[in-house]
Design a protein around this ligand. Structure first.
Ligand SMILES: Cc1cc2nc3c(=O)[nH]c(=O)nc-3n(C[C@H](O)[C@H](O)[C@H](O)COP(=O)(O)OP(=O)(O)OC[C@H]3O[C@@H](n4cnc5c(N)ncnc54)[C@H](O)[C@@H]3O)c2cc1C
Length: 424
């Protein structure tokens, strides 16, 4: 890709300017580092937010977003597509809003990030040169931990639907095709993985569908962990009160392989067969983030003040690809916060200023336990300069007292607000 023409000066709204000052901590936002270019790999919750906020904070920065998908498809609310309460169109947002902000969107796959040449290489187009790169590609799956899933055709039959998109629709079709009296098996890997409450919410959504349309059917949760990882008492109450006899929960049930032919999940102790299998493999930072992985061959550590990689200066890592700080979930809400903090830090660094020395992150995660009822968990995380990590603030946040319809309304508002915050 050739260097771009000088970007147009855009009007910086007063509200954004004050946010910029608050986020960046030091210096004024009046002068931009004219001509600086930031490449962003991945336009999900983290990357799209970073792209939008970089342009809001300093319109003189050229922002190039590399993303293969035509539109943003949200994982949050995608379980409701499985329940039959939302459509794919409801969870899809075009990238036009970012384009209107002056983000250059390159619809391609990044194949390598060359930190020496400072360029992102693409599968089809010319490389994108950058001054700084933001790497926000989400997760990939560790298929080698389920060996038979590497065989031809296996991944097309046993779905994860853990990246919202075609697999979400395919899994819904498998549920629709399943006869009444069938068994839906969802297999959960050991933590950490994308969205700790997500699998339990999915069980609720599938059970809601069965209750209405296939009441003799069953949801079987095979959890590699010792207990429900998030909002445990709230989920267990929903299972008992809304779906008695429909949902069975089995902790300490780690999948070690899958027999696709017999539709069986192989566990350390015994096997479990089902009519529709939904196997979530263990996860790691997506492949393009490999040069920045520093923990267990899976996750990327960063300096929390700037999101700069601990492996490479000039590369900033966001979202689910990160090695999380203590008590920090891998969530869209967090990824959105990473995107804002990182945009502010990059804007500061590009003009020679220091990032905010005291960043904060807020997480709110709703789970829809039926068509209308929801529960939430919330937390606040603040930078601890001694430990150089983010720490959950004691007493801030918490969980719902009980599932309720009001929170179901809040959950929909949360989704629409965060999509606007990342993509409009
Ligand atoms: C079923 C489900 C329900 C969830 N519910 C919630 C919820 O209610 N609330 C919540 O806060 N979180 C929820 N989450 C978690 C949330 O979806 C993730 O934490 C969030 O998407 C992480 O954002 P990200 O930007 O890191 O990754 P993503 O949003 O996955 O974005 C990554 C992007 O990078 C792109 N990409 C990957 N590789 C490349 C490459 N080589 N080149 C270019 N682009 C690339 C991908 O196409 C993708 O668009 C849920 C997740 C699931 C699966």
């Amino acid at each position: 890709m050739k260097p771009m023409s000088p970007p147009r000066r855009a009007f910086l709204k007063a509200g954004v300017a004050s946010l910029a000052a608050g986020l960046a901590g030091c210096g004024s936002m009046a002068r931009g580092p004219a001509g600086a270019r930031v490449a962003i790999v991945g336009g999900g919750y983290a990357g799209a937010t970073a792209a939008r906020y970089l342009r809001l904070l300093d319109p003189s920065i050229e922002v190039v977003l590399v993303e293969p998908n035509e539109a943003f498809v949200s994982c949050p609310l995608s379980n409701m597509v499985l329940g039959g309460f939302r459509t794919m169109a409801d969870i899809t947002t075009p990238y036009d809003g970012l384009a209107k902000r002056g983000v250059r969107i390159v619809r391609d796959i990044a194949t390598a990030i060359d930190m020496e040449k400072r360029e992102v290489r693409l599968s089809r187009g010319d490389p994108v040169a950058f001054d700084r790169v933001i790497v926000s590609p989400g997760i990939d799956f560790i298929w080698s931990e389920l060996p038979a899933m590497g065989e031809a055709g296996a991944q097309a039959r046993v779905l994860h639907a853990w990246k919202a998109g075609p697999q979400t629709s395919q899994l819904r079709r498998q549920l629709e095709a399943m006869p009444d009296g069938g068994v839906f098996v969802i297999s959960i890997p050991e933590a950490p993985f994308r969205c700790p409450p997500g699998p339990y919410e999915r069980a609720c959504q599938v059970a809601a569908y069965f209750k209405a349309r296939k009441p003799r059917s069953k949801v079987l949760i095979l959890d590699a962990n010792a207990d429900v990882l998030s909002k445990g008492p709230l989920f267990k109450r929903a299972w008992a009160e809304l779906y008695a006899g429909l949902i069975e929960y089995r902790p300490n049930s780690k999948a070690i392989d899958v027999d696709v032919r017999t539709s069986t999940v192989k566990l350390e102790f015994g096997d479990v067969s089902g009519d529709v299998l939904n196997v979530l493999p263990p996860m790691r930072a997506a492949a393009i983030a490999a040069p920045f992985i520093t923990v267990n061959a899976r996750w990327c550590e960063v300096d929390w003040l700037s999101h700069e990689s601990r492996a490479e200066r000039g590369a900033h890592i966001l979202g689910d690809a990160l090695q999380i700080a203590p008590a920090m979930p891998k969530s869209g809400s967090m990824a959105n916060g990473h995107g804002k903090n990182c945009a502010a830090a990059v804007a500061s660094l590009l003009r020679g200023a220091q990032p905010n020395p005291s960043p904060t992150l807020v997480n709110t995660c709703y789970s829809m336990v039926s068509e209308k009822l929801a529960v939430h968990v919330a937390s606040v995380h603040k930078y601890d300069p001694k430990e150089r990590t983010m720490r959950a603030v004691p007493g801030a946040g918490g969980v719902s007292a009980a599932m309720n319809e009001r929170e179901g309304i809040y959950a929909m508002d949360w989704a629409h607000n965060i999509w606007a915050d990342a993509l409009s």
